[in-house]
Ligand binder design. Sequence first.
Ligand code: GDG
Length: 499
Amino acid sequence: MKDTTRLIIVSNRLPVVMERTQDAWRATPGSGGLVTALAPVLRDRGGVWVGWPGTVEPPTARLRESIQAAVRETGYDLAPVFLDRREKRYYYGVFANEILWPLFHDFASRCSFAPEAWDVYEAVNARFAGVTAALLQPNDFVWVHDYHLLRMAWHLRRERGGQPLAFFLHIPFPPVDLFLKLPWRRQLLEGLLEYDLVGFQAQRDRRHFARCVHALCNDRYRVQTSGSTTVIEDRELDRRTFAGVFPIGIDYDGFVRDTAAASVAQRAWYLHEHYPERQIVLGVDRLDYTKGIPEKLEAYRHALRRWPELAGKVTLVQIVIPSRWELAHYEQLKRQIERLVGEINGEFSRPDWVPVHYHYRSLGREELLAYYRTAEILIAAPWKDGMNLVAKEYCACDLEERGVLLLSEFAGAAAQLHRHAILFNPHDIVGMAEAIRRALDLPEPQRRQRMRRLRQNIHKQDVFWWVDRFLQAALQRRLADFPVVDDFYPGARELATER
Ligand code: GDG
């Protein structure tokens, strides 16, 4: 990226959440994959972050001042986009989280295609475009994130024609037969085609996108793929959109540094002291039906039933981070998880052993790192996931290189890590139980070898690599600047593990 280029990040949420205390506003740092990945980058480079501050209260002068005060903490500028209660409900609650989120994760039956949500989604995307247009300078580079803002470029183009605009989708892109169900399928694709670059997490997503454009917009757009990159030509306007694959990374060095701190080591030791001779299998997931938490518990139960000798030798620590709990599906999921944990502990507990330790809360960073550092195995079992940063963070924090990564074939991370993680199909309870058993029995030399390779890979393609590659591709738009990424189909795992 040229030194004169200012980076404008646009995402649904600002990296701080504004909360009202009795007589003042308080800014707390946001959580989730996007903030974890981008906050260090903006802090390093400087720039502006445009997003919703997390409150539906009217934008009083006091609230605006408190947001500006938070700039001192973040180290870069913040430009708030305010939403009212109704907008939050329809744009965020319904269109983003009850239409796009389930459909893009292959849960079409959970979609509620409420017609009124579309108008609000459009209006809010237009407002994001307006706030961004107002602060743009000629050398700015606008980088929009995620499924909440698929239509933003369409509006921004009408205010600021030629500005370079790029987009990254953090979640998967659905196959064409699912995408076709969307009542607004053509508008959403045309919105995306207003960006100069559209980035995806994995080849699977880029491929689905290219097929959707070909199937739905063939009259106007020509689709051509070369390696990991697709170029879509707009015949009417003589313009091109590039679609490339940029698997998101983590701040590897930051995780290693923080995990090496004495305070984390002490916490990790303390956690282990409580489980002598026991392997800890760790799960860290947001409360979400895409993360496969009930199936993970079922697989663990299956393993305990099938191999009674595991009693007392393994503990599953499942951390569930509260998320979107106000939506009905999430409340049901929470009850389902808690019932399963109760059943498993009821069936197997002994005076000296409880098989599942379940936490339903957010953890402080130090506590999270201590769990990562100490657990012998991490299991991430999503039915579908854009990437899954937890899997990468666990490897970075395994300083002793003795852990095992157990990973769903349907996480974007599997395309990158399949050679040295143990993969499983999260729909196959027996197969998942066998994968757990295999991980528990894996001899130390193999653990070390696999973990070293995983860590090398994650270190090399860290979040700074991700940003550099994305910006380089966006600004140069030469095929040579796009990463070439492995294509990966889940069935390939049998071959991969033999290598
Ligand atoms: C979306 C896509 C994609 C979690 N609990 C705590 C905590 N976290 C942090 C983790 C990690 C992040 O939140 C979760 O990231 P994931 O990637 O696992 O999942 P999503 O939130 O669904 O993220 C996903 C990602 O965007 C990035 O592109 O990988 O596929 O769905 O960073 O560390 N952090 C702290 N306490 C917690 O309790 N401090």
